[in-house]
Design a protein around this ligand. Structure first.
Ligand code: MN
Ligand code: MN
Length: 326
């Protein structure tokens, strides 16, 4: 495996964007914030993963600092599979110049061989089957509706930014189906990728909720979320999305959103990672508390920043068409 310095050099030089893109610096800032947000939410949430809100209250009070620990006994600032699988996918996209299922499967396989700190059951099972068959698409299964593909979708959203919507959809599926070949997982991945792209473009959150979240719920009513605070979200992608969307659209700062979502417990590193990705894209780097930016493992932070930059540059080098509305 090689890392970003080399890969950035391989991408074509950045060309100037025309309207309706935000200024280059704002776009890049939001892309970097999305990747940092993912890592921060993962590191923050991992401490309270699988706890209930009551257990969190009794043990910590309000969980608001990146302290490590948790069932994985992490160092403060250490991230888990949500971030490291995203980074593995991003590297494969940069190395192959696009989203390629086989390259993604090989990257995930290499990631698994390196003994990650945590790994989902569906991910493990379907990567083992990829090793046997060499086929990078898992069999479709109604049972594989975990959040494991949705949690790592960010590099796809960045690489496909500014390209046709169909490309985002097919790229989401190519990466997701390596381990999760499931319609609910697909719907979640696509919704999240489009939302990230909307926020990168500076769209109003009310419009984004109306277009993307309402479409998700109208296509798959099981995702319906309301004002009721959903606690203890499981790893089922519907539970995850309901908690994240409800929290994200009910809060108005990066910090409030992340504190709210991780203190709901359950699969808190993953809800934290997904909420952090959306909130970073929406609010930008200036909104991220310094104590969290400084707390995340430095090497991971650097890779997130480099990859966000390189993935956005990859998109720009291929097309200058804005993302088509759904
Ligand atoms: Mn994790
Ligand atoms: Mn998790």
């Amino acid at each position: 495996m090689f890392w970003s310095g080399e890969l950035i050099a391989r991408t074509a030089p950045v060309r100037r964007r025309a309207a309706p893109y935000p200024a280059r610096s704002a776009l890049l800032d939001r892309g970097i914030a999305a990747y940092s947000g993912l890592a921060i939410g993962d590191a923050l949430g991992a401490t309270v993963e699988f706890l209930t809100p009551n257990e969190i209250r009794h043990q910590i009070g309000v969980h608001a600092d990146i302290t490590g620990g948790g069932w994985l006994r992490l160092k403060a600032g250490q991230v888990t599979d949500d971030t490291t699988m995203s980074l593995a996918l991003g590297e494969s996209i940069l190395a192959s110049g696009g989203v390629d299922a086989k390259a993604a499967a090989e990257a995930f396989d290499a990631w698994m061989r390196a003994k990650p700190v945590d790994i989902g059951n569906t991910v493990r099972r379907n990567l083992i089957s990829f090793r046997k068959t060499g086929h990078p698409e898992a069999a479709a299964s109604e049972h594989d509706a975990g959040n494991g593909a949705a949690m790592r979708v960010l590099p796809v959203a960045l690489a496909c930014y500014g390209k046709a919507a169909e490309l985002t959809v097919s790229a989401c599926r190519a990466q997701a189906h390596v381990t999760h070949h499931n319609a609910l997982s697909d719907a979640a991945c696509e919704t999240l990728a489009f939302m990230v792209q909307d926020f990168l473009a500076g769209r109003d959150p009310i419009e984004v909720e109306r277009e993307r979240a309402f479409k998700l719920v109208s296509d798959y009513p099981v995702f319906a979320y309301d004002k009721k605070r959903r606690e203890n979200p499981s790893g089922f992608v519907v539970d995850t999305m309901q908690a994240v969307l409800q929290s994200f659209f009910a809060t108005e700062t990066f910090e409030d959103c992340l504190i709210d979502i991780v203190n709901r417990g359950g699969d808190a590193d993953t809800t934290g990672a997904i909420a952090g990705m959306l909130a970073g894209a929406r609010y930008g780097t200036g909104s991220i508390p310094r104590r969290w930016l400084k707390a995340v493992d430095e090497k991971i932070s650097a890779r997130c920043t480099e990859q966000a930059t390189a993935l956005l540059a990859l998109g720009e080098s291929v097309s200058s068409q804005p993302t088509a509305p759904m």
